[in-house]
Design a protein around this ligand. Structure first.
Ligand SMILES: *Cc1c(COP(=O)(O)O)cnc(C)c1O
Length: 374
């Protein structure tokens, strides 16, 4: 069959127009300005800020460093409440700075941090809530903001999945004190490696700008501690090029999602998660929720069988941050208050999408899945 010879991975990069990219890279090399707030980075930041309707956008070398900088610039300390059902970087960005990530359960339907569970986790040491807009579906921002305001907490969002997505009609990027995007190779828009911090807070933006550049406030003046979080010019050129193809990537993702929906319709025990059609969405994740009993095969068996056929579906977010080190040793009891997280880590997997996958591929993948289940 069609899929036998090809290999499909979750998160194969979307790549915009190659000639435009090469022209830009040549220009960068001709001008010999490779980093340090060059014109491509400035242009990329301006385009992001306009697109996301946010006052400030600071490009960074990746989202993990972006989270670390935002956390530091917001002066978080003590404990910060986060979901465990996320990529490990969300937790590491805190623990790296001796801040305790306090794992909160998620809503079983939205997969996002459950505001109803947050308040009970607040202690005198809590300084913030760090929400994750999982799969690009916005957190319950209103409820989280209400809790943060009532308790004098800061509010930060890991928006690594949510570039180009809206929540209640507003682009994600302007919520909370700050939001952090990822432009890693596997994300919907990539800059090879990269990320951005967005905020409407002027003071915070300036502080972040200094921090990502060693604390320099002037070419030979340092006024605070900082790190090297800068984005380079070639990454920014990749970002600008990919932004030009963003509408196309979105329509490919939506088309792919539709084909998966058709291909998997009626397969016992499989359900695709849905995206709110009244919001803008990048649809970069094709997430399947599996009921092993109905399917007659476990999630792990199905995923490993797909791997045998070179279809690298992925378990997400397996096994959950709280079951990975150092958190498992530091907080061995955390799982007890995370029943929905634990259930989801056993039920979900993601299928390959993006511009590297076409309709015929999806028909083949779905046929294969059917043969394993029905
Ligand atoms: C990809 C991702 C990150 C890390 O992004 P990098 O740019 O690779 O550092 C953080 N959080 C979530 C939820 C992610 O998916």
């Amino acid at each position: 069959m069609q899929t036998d010879r090809e290999i499909f991975h979750v998160g194969r990069p979307n790549i915009g127009d190659r000639d435009s990219l090469m022209r830009r890279i040549n220009d960068i090399i001709d001008r010999r300005w490779l980093s340090n707030n060059g014109q491509y980075v400035q242009k990329f930041e301006a385009r992001l800020a306009a697109l996301l309707d946010v006052k400030h956008c600071i490009a960074v070398c990746n989202a993990t460093v972006g989270l670390e900088i935002a956390i530091r610039a917001m002066e978080l300390s003590g404990e910060v409440i986060i979901p465990s059902f996320t990529f490990i970087a969300t937790a590491h960005a805190l623990q790296w700075q001796q801040i305790t990530p306090v794992f909160c359960d998620v809503d079983p339907i939205t997969h996002n941090i459950d505001p109803k569970k947050v308040e009970a986790l607040i202690t005198p040491r809590t300084t913030a809530i760090l929400g994750v807009h999982l799969w690009g579906r916005g957190c319950d921002v209103q409820a989280l903001k209400g809790i943060a305001d009532r308790h004098g907490l800061k509010l930060l969002f890991d928006a690594a999945h949510a570039f180009g997505c809206s929540h209640e009609g507003r682009m994600i990027g302007g919520f909370g004190n700050a939001e952090v995007f990822s432009f890693h190779a596997t994300k919907f828009i990539n800059t090879l490696e990269g990320g951005a911090i967005t905020t409407n807070d002027d003071d915070l933006a300036l502080k972040i700008r200094h921090m990502k550049n060693f604390g320099f406030t002037y070419y030979d003046r340092v006024e605070s501690i900082g790190t090297n979080g800068k984005m380079n010019e070639i990454s920014a050129a990749m970002g600008i090029t990919n932004l030009e193809a963003m509408a196309e990537f979105i329509s490919i993702n939506k088309r792919n999602l539709l084909h998966y929906g058709q291909g998997l319709e009626g397969v016992p025990g499989l359900k695709l998660i849905s995206y709110d059609s009244s919001e803008q969405c990048n649809c970069q994740y094709v997430v399947v929720e599996m009921d092993a009993l109905a399917a007659g095969i476990t999630r792990d068996e199905l995923v490993s069988k797909l791997h045998e056929h070179q279809i690298f579906a992925r378990r997400y977010f397996f096994p959950g941050c709280h079951r990975m080190e150092p958190y498992l040793t530091l907080y061995p009891e955390a799982g007890k208050r995370l029943p929905h997280t634990e259930a989801l880590t056993q039920k979900l997997f993601c299928l390959p999408t993006g511009s590297a996958v076409d309709e015929d591929d999806i028909v083949g993948i779905c046929r294969l899945i059917r043969s394993m289940i029905c």
